[in-house]
Every structure is written in C-alpha cells, then in structure tokens.
Design a protein around this ligand. Structure first.
Ligand SMILES: Nc1ncnc2c1ncn2[C@@H]1O[C@H](COP(=O)(O)OP(=O)(O)OP(=O)(O)O)[C@@H](O)[C@H]1O
Ligand SMILES: [Mg+2]
Length: 348
C-alpha cells in the first residue's frame, strides 16, 4: 500500500511476514535468476495476549518472536513485505465520475470522506481503477488504513532490524497468492476464505478484483474456545484437539464444529447476500480455504456441504518453485494453507 523505505536492491530476496494473533508466519522468496523461488519459511507462535483483535498489545514480544523466528530459520534477508488488518483497514468498491488516474488520485480524498469513518488526515489512502461503470462513471477499489496503525506496524518491523518496503492488507495478500497458483475463468466468482485465529477474511473474487471483502470475527479461536468450554479441557489440549488427525479426537470435536461452523457459515452467507440481486451477480463457483483455520478438522467438508460448492484447502506453493530440501513429504500441503498470506506478500 505504499513505499516506506528504499528497497535494499542488492538483495534479491523478499520476506513475506504475516503477523497474526496466533503466530507469525514468514516466507522468503528469492528472485535470483528471475523466476520466484521459495527458499525458506517459518512459523513462530505468539502468546495469546500479544495481539488482540488485530491490535498489537505488546510489540516487544512480537519483535522478539520475529527475531527468534528469522534467526532459528537462518533467514538473513531484510526486505520485508507485510500487512495490516483489523478495524483500522477499510476496503470498499465505490463508483466515482470517470477521470484520469492523476485526477482520481486527488478526487479520491473527497470520495473517501464519505466511506471512511476516520478523519481523512488520519488515514493513508490507496485506490485502483477497476473499470467503467454505468452513467459515465468508473468503479474504483478504495483502500484506507489508519496512518497510526501503519506507522506503528512499520516501526515494529524496523525495531526488528527489518526494511518494511510494502505494507499490504491481508485479504489482498490472499488474493495475490491465489492468483499465483490457481486459474480462474472469465466472470467466475471465487470465494476466498482465510480463516485465522481471531479473524476470517472473506474476499469474493471475480476477474482479478474483489466484488466484496469482509472480515468476520468467527475464526479459529471460536473453535478452540468452544472445545475448551464444552470438553472442559485447557487451551493447550483444545489446540491439540482441533488439529488432531486422530479419529477419536475428531469425533469429540465434531459437535463443536457444528455450532461454530454454523456461525461462520452464517457470516459468509450474510456477506454474500449483500451482493445478491445486484446487477451482474452470478453464482459463486467454488471456495478456497486458507489460514491455519483451514486445517481445523472437518471444516472443509462442512463448508462444502453447507455452501453447496466445492471447497478446497489452499496450497499457495503448488505453482511455485521451491527449494527441494525445504519441505518434507506432504509437508507443503500440511502447512501450506497457513502460509497463504505470507506467500502472497513475499510475491509483491
Ligand atoms: N494444523 C492445524 N489444524 C487445525 N487448526 C490449526 C492448525 N494450525 C493452526 N490451526 C488453527 O488456526 C488458527 C491460527 O491460524 P493462523 O495462523 O492463520 O492465524 P493468525 O494469522 O495468527 O490469526 P489472525 O490473522 O486471525 O490474527 C488457530 O485457531 C489454530 O488453532
Ligand atoms: Mg492471519
């Protein structure tokens, strides 16, 4: 969403760094030789109170987690692409009078005032012209983030000794990773669901642009909390249970999946219904599930059954060259979904 520090050009690598409330995920992509290649990755857990509702509560803990993770994984590259999320980020498809990009760059401030609940001098703005709309107008994707949030975010990365040269938004990074790995047909509507710990990013994609983006507050934590409550286990045990491949464990958590899955489904359907009836809205053809929550036992078949469309767990590494020693047998499929945002960022 903007350039902050000059890119260290001598370094052909970019580290995509996804700072989530559950864990920091990093993916290093090198462009040595032109073609992007995944050369390293890592996941570093965060304590539950370091980031709450997308807001960094304890930046020292986060900086330490990032430093440890990069050190442990032997990642030396310093150019990082990262993302902000949460309430301080607003993404909206708007229509405005047709004009040139230069004119739009000025007019966007006036437009944004009607769509952004913060003072216009408090936000950083970005936009993309999507194409013509009816009545001499054009469709524009407006992105606004609270300046304070972006500044705190980049300061934290600099404290970790990094060079933050791109700050993006989670749902766009998911889209970027999707586009690098999957084909879609013209006019096809694809639902991207990125299920994290505290947030599920919903992005309905059509012809390379979001028809709709929404953040839902039902995500992995809701499942873990409910498992903890109904099965009277502690948090560690609950985290193990929702990730378990064991048949008996799966049966134990299945009822929780029904209740919390229903909440998630409702949120998704409500988001989609907002578009129903609007001109040109076709049917959603399939969904791609990413984020650590994509791996929650039974979620993928549950959503597929209830949405009535194919739902696939994302593998953002499927079309990318990878260092052969990086992933063991089946590992990229196993962790891939949780690296979706980090991959999308590193490809910037
Ligand atoms: N292998 C797994 N199986 C099942 N669930 C998993 C697995 N790995 C992670 N999870 C769940 O996924 C969630 C974490 O996903 P992710 O790492 O995408 O979240 P995050 O990006 O840190 O959070 P957020 O973006 O919401 O702040 C947790 O609720 C965790 O329980
Ligand atoms: Mg996340």
């Amino acid at each position: 969403m903007g350039l902050f520090d000059p890119f260290v050009k001598s370094d052909p690598s970019v580290v995509g760094i996804d700072i989530g409330s559950h864990a920091v995920k990093v993916v290093e992509i090198s462009r040595r030789g032109g073609r992007p290649e995944v050369v390293n990755y890592g996941v570093g857990p965060l304590p539950p109170d370091a980031i709450v509702d997308g807001e960094v509560m304890d930046s020292e803990v986060v900086v330490e987690c990032i430093n440890d993770l990069l050190h442990d994984r032997g990642i030396r590259a310093r150019n990082v692409a990262s993302a902000v999320s949460g309430r301080s980020v607003i993404v909206k498809r708007i229509t405005m009078e047709s004009m040139t990009d230069d004119e739009a760059a000025e007019a966007i401030y006036w437009e944004a005032e009607q769509h952004v609940p913060y003072g216009i001098d408090e936000v950083t703005l970005d936009f993309e012209v999507l194409g013509p709309a009816e009545d001499e107008k054009m469709e524009v994707l407006l992105v606004a983030a609270k300046r304070e949030t972006v500044e705190m975010h980049t300061a934290m990365l600099r404290d970790a000794g990094l060079v933050p040269y791109v700050v993006d938004v989670d749902s766009f990074a998911v889209q970027n990773a999707f586009e690098a790995n999957y084909e879609s047909e013209e006019g096809e509507q694809i639902l991207l669901l990125n299920v994290g710990a505290s947030v599920t990013n919903v992005n309905l994609l059509c012809d390379g642009a979001p028809l709709l983006t929404r953040d839902l507050s039902v995500a992995g934590n809701a499942f873990v909390d409910e498992v903890q409550r109904t099965l009277a286990v502690d948090r560690e045990q609950a985290l193990g249970l929702v990730a378990s491949d064991d048949e008996a464990d799966r049966n134990r958590v299945a009822p929780v999946l029904e209740t919390v899955g229903q909440d998630l489904l409702l949120g998704v359907e409500r988001s989609l219904s907002y578009l129903k009836g609007s001109a040109g809205s076709a049917e959603v053809s399939r969904a791609i599930l990413s984020g650590g929550g994509a791996l929650l036992g039974g979620l993928q078949p549950y959503l597929s059954t209830h949405l009535g469309i194919p739902v696939d767990v994302a593998n953002p590494l499927r079309q990318l060259a990878c260092d052969a020693s990086l992933f063991g047998e089946g590992e990229s499929e196993r962790v891939g979904a949780s690296l979706m945002v980090a991959v999308g960022l590193a490809l910037r």
